[in-house]
Design a protein around this ligand. Sequence first.
Ligand code: GLU
Length: 415
Amino acid sequence: MATAESLRHVLTQFEVAAERLGLDAGLRRRLLACERALIVSVPTVRDDGQLQVFTGYRVQHNNTLGPAKGGVRYHPDVTLDSMTALAMLMTWKCALMGLPYGGAKGGIACDPRTMSRRELERMTRRYTTEIFLIIGPDMDIPAPDMGTDEQIMAWMMDTYSMQRGVTVPGVVTGKPLLLGGSLGRREATGRGVYYVAVEAAKVLGVTLEGARVAIQGFGNVGRTVAQQLKQEGCRIVAVTGSRGGRFQADGLDLDRLLDYVAGGARLEECPIGDRITNAELFGLPCEILVPAAIGGQVNEANADRIRARILVEGANAPTTLEADAILRERGVLVIPDILANAGGVTVSYFEWVQDLQFYFWSEREINLRLREIMSQAFQRVQAAAEQHAVDLRTAALILSVQRVAQGHRLRGLYP
Ligand code: GLU
């Protein structure tokens, strides 16, 4: 999705919810405005000695309910508009889940796949130094997003800590376990997608045993969803990466597929099932469709071909406004991103709490608490959808915007 387009999308969604809540114009303006946005140069020496200057961002949309929280994205599509849209989505996501956070997002416009580890480290350390003044465990807590991982978080934590002169694990989440990371964080987003898919299946009376599942994206989120739903008895009929993937009507052998990919094979070339394109994946007859790649993938070009009963948004903003309307008309149950992929930030919250207390929980405890929070959030959204006679996305936004608006009213305006 063009980046200005993703911002338009988020703003339109907000207006629908604000209208329903009858918010006055002043409060709407306050809720829409970003509290802080920092654009930084990230000069980085490449391995060949050339100096390249990347552009980095950190956008804090809102911190009414607590410190800002959100991922760091390394991707060529990173712009101020896309970071703003995603920061705003984080505000709604955290509010919806009842987490004591506002929303933020950051990133660097770069293609991490073309960079060496040393280059990524130098770039990450410089970026962290540039945004040092506005991050911190009680201010803004970054986490992994597309193109970033535990190692990047470790470098961010180290850079921040070296500048402060003390080790500050709570400045980022999604860290390696050894440095104050949390058990279950890596799988958390995928697990959350799975928990809400189970709830949605119950609502529609879809039996998971034998249900057909198609997943776009075979990264951290897509893989975990596939494994979890397979354990539940579903048939994973298709998975795709950026250049397509594999299809098998009676269900793919996931373990073998993962082995091939771990061995360096491209997903679309693995000798399991048949090759399938991303465009074909969206037209597959299936019970559950999970877009878990980049934004804007479900759009006017494919929405009227979607034959899934449930679409669970593993990615952030995967469905365009136009596609959303088409899916509504076609009776596809869409579980919106701010609910569906909130498992990641929820376990980030657990990680931060553990870091602040220097006391760590068992994986079982983490997964149980995550399941409870996800299922309860799903039920709240489902009840709000019935109460207001709206789709789940609008219902989720009504609940989150209401919470942040109430926070604003209680805090009042400074000075
Ligand atoms: N990047 C993830 C998201 O979009 C996680 C953010 C976090 O854990 O702070 O929700």
